[in-house]
Design a protein around this ligand. Structure first.
Ligand code: IPD
Ligand code: CA
Ligand code: CA
Length: 249
């Protein structure tokens, strides 16, 4: 990714971060999407539209896949943006201040450039394939701790209640082996926490490509590993489980 495109993308994503950070709470228009606890707000749509328009100006050839609304069909050929305009929508609705924007630039099936922005802490996580991973200007690395000295993060796959029992059983197993567990409400920020060495392992039984595409490159460029729970490479044409960790685990 060329420097000027990279900087334009950072600027666009930070502008969207300001929108998320300062919403008009009388106008967030919360709607249920597919079942209870799966919400969309006017801000998910506003940010997605702004990202789509801005990215299309910068990269006219790239197709855009965003969480909200109709989707382009993904194939492993060509350029795509895979975007979650607000990862952590329930946190956003609750003003829990643990949400982010996640943008992955995918070329011929692999993420080439990734940005995840937490506007509340002004932390911009990013990675350019082959050049390492960064939080703002600082290079980041996964931790060197094993599970017994580690924190385990997990997501509850809240939109697939049939997976809840298994999620909590796995969390219990990890809890017994690690220092403690955490559940943030944002898969993309969980992946950034692994990349920055703030936690050692993250798992979730089902996620969508926009939840993990950007975070996957950021973890890998920080020296970590991201697979499905079966050890497969996560794909971007369907949902899958995610297991991210450092190489000590
Ligand atoms: C959700 C968050 C959450 C994870 C869910 C995701 P959303 O994304 O990342 O942490 O547990 O599986 O769907 O709906 O807030 O964009
Ligand atoms: Ca998400
Ligand atoms: Ca979302």
């Amino acid at each position: 990714m060329q420097q000027h495109n990279r900087e334009s993308m950072f600027r666009l994503i930070k502008e969207c971060g300001e929108i998320i950070k300062n919403p008009n709470r009388n106008d967030i228009n919360i709607q249920e999407k597919a079942g209870p606890a799966n919400f969309v707000t006017s801000y998910d749509l506003l940010v997605q539209n702004k990202l789509r328009d801005g990215l299309q100006l910068l990269f006219p050839k790239a197709k855009f896949i965003g969480e909200e609304g109709d989707q382009e069909t993904y194939t492993e050929k060509g350029e795509y943006f895979i975007v979650d305009p607000i990862d952590g929508t329930t946190n956003f609705i609750k003003d829990y201040q643990m949400s982010c924007i996640s943008v992955a630039y995918v070329v011929d099936g692999d993420v080439d450039f990734a940005v995840i922005y937490n506007p509340y802490l002004d932390e911009l996580f990013w990675a350019n394939r082959g050049e390492g991973a960064y939080c703002n200007d600082k290079k980041i690395h996964v931790s060197k701790h094993d599970l017994s000295n580690g924190i385990v993060l997990f997501g509850t796959s809240p939109y697939d209640m049939d997976l809840a029992k298994k999620s909590f059983e796995m969390a219990y197993e990890y809890f017994c082996q690690a220092l403690d567990i955490r559940r943030s409400g944002s898969a993309a920020l969980d992946l950034c926490a692994i990349a920055a060495g703030r936690a050692e392992l993250y798992f979730e039984l089902i996620l969508s490509p926009w939840d993990y595409a950007a975070g996957m490159l950021i973890v890998e460029e920080a020296g970590g590993i991201v697979t499905t729970l079966d050890g497969e490479k996560p794909v971007f044409n369907k949902r899958c489980s995610i297991l991210a960790r450092n190489k000590k685990i």
